[in-house]
Design a protein around this ligand. Structure first.
Ligand code: MF3
Ligand code: CO
Ligand code: CO
Length: 297
């Protein structure tokens, strides 16, 4: 999870990594001419990152539309009294009805079609008999595969009426994704993303989970690179058009430490404090980003 290579950043004025001799901003940053093929190869060789073509992004965008429909559907059903398994049923059936597959199901032995994480559960909650009660927060993380393309997104919802504590952690988690998203453009680095989240969330008195990171996505569930939600400005791999990855900061109201339960999946805060998360799949474009799982933040 630690970014080791100090020399990965490509500045706008640096020589283009494709070897053209031009400045990066005058070459592959523009994704024009012959440079793009070369940078695609460079990113594959150097980082194992598979840059996406227009038609790939189109495919992920369609999967992303299904992801946000799923989240909308779930949102409307969330109320005190339903179980986390009810959410699983909803996600599973709607996914199948749309000729898609739920990536979580049987992924490394995960037994359900969606992750449902309540209150102190940070992520990877397994749907089951737990009944949602008034005042809970619940994160629902969906990853449909449509025509072979993966899109990954999650949101944290209030169950019934929120307390001032649940309001705060959900606000900070939401805002964390928003500040992170605003860093996504060619010439910035992966480190810039984590840096922006950490600076914002810690200033709000919250903490950032270290053990789980965002990731490349699209052709597979989890592809290179890792996207840490903490870090240093200017460090890490340079962002280039065609990169598609998630940002999914897990923000705790208390300390950052987490534990994994006996079921080998459920991640909880070590201090029992509330945790919230929002996730989107983003594509780096020539002048910024496009969310392929767009919902308002
Ligand atoms: N959707 C999660 C993510 O954002 C991964 C869940 S893995 C599972 O990366 F097996 F628990 F589904
Ligand atoms: Co993800
Ligand atoms: Co996810």
């Amino acid at each position: 999870m630690i970014l080791k290579n100090k020399n990965d950043k490509i500045g706008r004025n640096d020589p283009c990594p494709c070897g053209s001799g031009l400045k990066y901003k005058k070459c592959c940053l523009l994704k024009k001419g012959t440079g793009y093929r070369d940078i695609k190869n460079l990113y594959l060789q150097k980082y194992r990152i598979r840059l996406k073509e227009k038609e790939d992004i189109e495919g992920i965008r369609k999967a992303g539309q299904l992801a946000i429909e799923l989240l909308r559907l779930v949102k409307d059903e969330i109320r005190p009294g339903i179980t986390t398994d009810d959410i699983n049923t909803l996600v599973h059936e709607f996914t199948i009805k749309n000729n898609a597959i739920s990536a979580p199901l049987n992924y490394r032995g995960f037994p359900k079609s969606v992750c449902v994480s309540v209150n102190e559960v940070v992520c990877h909650g397994i749907p089951g008999k737990r009944i949602l009660k008034d005042g809970d927060i619940v994160n629902v993380d969906v990853t449909p595969i449509l025509n072979g393309y993966y899109a990954d997104a999650n949101q944290t919802f209030f169950v019934g009426s929120p307390s001032s504590e649940t309001r705060k952690i959900v606000r900070v988690a939401r805002e964390s994704l928003k500040v992170a998203r605003s860093m996504v453009r060619p010439g910035n680095t992966i480190g810039d993303i984590g840096w922006a989240i950490q600076k914002y969330a810690e200033r709000e008195g919250c903490s950032v989970v270290r053990e789980f990171v965002g990731h490349g996505v699209g052709f597979e569930f989890h592809e290179p690179p890792e996207i840490p939600h903490y870090g240093l400005k200017g460090k890490g791999i340079g962002l280039v058009p065609g990169m598609v990855f998630t940002i999914e900061p897990m923000i705790n109201l208390g300390r950052k430490n987490v534990l994994i339960l006996e079921d080998k999946w459920t991640v909880v805060t070590a201090d029992g404090s509330l945790s919230a998360q929002f996730e989107q799949t983003l594509a780096v474009t020539e002048n910024g980003y496009e969310s392929l799982t767009p919902f308002d933040l």
